[in-house]
Design a protein around this ligand. Structure first.
Ligand code: CDP
Ligand code: CDP
Length: 225
């Protein structure tokens, strides 16, 4: 059986995960959050006292120890690192910046991309990240580049973290986001960039429900043709 795959890329806070999750629920697809996997590797480094930016070789030499499991419950994707549910911990700011640092390491990308491709083989999926359209699922049925202005992305992330009860400071979130935008777009391996065949959706002027509708309608148009 041929499964449908939808690839969504874009910068931090564009709405990729929340919009993809809602669309997946409505269409009965599986949502795969690849950023959570980079975050889990970053957390492994933090937990083991490895500075992912300056001790790359040390991290690479221990990559075989990094066991990531993903389970789907009514509350959505749950991510486990070495058997521990780290779904909430990986949303904290130190892990966000760490994820961007581990994501420049080719060996980390290779390990996670293999896992991601395998997951897309057995279900209809919406997968979001930075390199999904161009690299992970180059033959995806629908490719979307979701973005929004830097100010509104930082504001959204701030509101989201405050709401979840995670410590939040607007200026710090904005500065971390700028760091990640630059790091993610300028790295040598799989930089964040709109694929030529991806459809650009700018959600600056759309609220959450508006963005969900735009993406869902586009998927239906492309897949029901
Ligand atoms: O949710 P947010 O957009 O803030 O970040 P994320 O999607 O959870 O990704 C965290 C970090 O992982 C990003 O800043 C990227 O550096 C990296 N990442 C990546 O390089 N490739 C992916 N496919 C997904 C995430
Ligand atoms: O995954 P990504 O980093 O691209 O963004 P996200 O975590 O899905 O979205 C960040 C926050 O923005 C979430 O709380 C969304 O509910 C919110 N959002 C919004 O307010 N308006 C939109 N059009 C899209 C997302």
């Amino acid at each position: 059986m041929k499964y449908i795959s939808v690839a969504v890329d874009g910068p931090a806070g564009a709405g990729k995960s929340s919009v993809s999750k809602a669309v997946a629920k409505s269409l009965g697809y599986t949502y795969i959050d690849t950023g959570a996997m980079y975050r889990a590797v970053a957390l492994f480094a933090i937990n083991n006292g490895i500075d992912a930016k300056n001790e790359t070789e040390k991290l690479v030499s221990r990559l075989n120890e990094v066991e990531i499991d993903i389970k789907y419950t009514d509350e959505g994707q749950q991510i486990y690192l070495l058997g521990e549910n780290v779904s909430k911990r990986i949303r904290e700011e130190d892990v966000s910046v760490g994820a961007s640092n581990v994501a420049v390491i080719p060996e980390v990308r290779k390990k996670l991309v293999e896992l991601q491709r395998k997951m897309a083989e057995s279900a209809n999926v919406i997968m979001d990240g930075r390199d999904i359209c161009s690299y992970v699922l180059p033959n995806a049925d629908v490719k979307i580049f979701l973005t929004a202005s830097a100010e509104s992305r930082a504001k959204r992330r701030y509101d989201e973290l405050c709401e979840k009860g995670i410590e939040c400071d607007f200026e710090k979130i904005k500065a971390d986001m700028e760091y990640r935008d630059k790091n993610d777009s300028q790295r040598a391996v799989a930089p964040l960039k709109k694929a030529d065949d991806a459809i650009l959706i700018d959600t600056t002027e759309y609220d959450f429900d508006g963005a969900v509708k735009l993406v869902k309608d586009l998927i239906l148009e492309k897949t029901e043709g």
